[in-house]
Design a protein. Sequence first.
Length: 136
Amino acid sequence: MAPEDWLVFEFNTREPVYLQVVRHFKQWIATGRLKAGDTIPSRRELAVLAKINPNTAQRAYREMEEQRLIVTEGNSPSRITGDERILRSIRTELIEDAVDQFLMLIKHIDVGTEELLELIRQKHAVIRSGGRRSND
């Protein structure tokens, strides 16, 4: 698959762009678009495709290297790590981050765990069914 087929970014103004780039790569790994050993675009290619500053792309790659998410050896293209422990942890990290954000948003609403879990089950079922509500 060509990079432009999956390399679509939507940026927000709430956090640094380089961190958003890192999160996009993590999401692509968690959803199977990227797998262990896959080659990723060069820093320059990424900057052009994502319409970001080359320094921002460089910073995102440096962050992914520090997190051991990608491996760059010499002049070879950067690749997704083959470390299964790191790859498995990405999905958990993304889910925990989303749950933390959600809980921060609702912390002032007096809602019990069971009520919250039931609402999540219902909403999750609707999403998984393609947005169609079932008749109770």
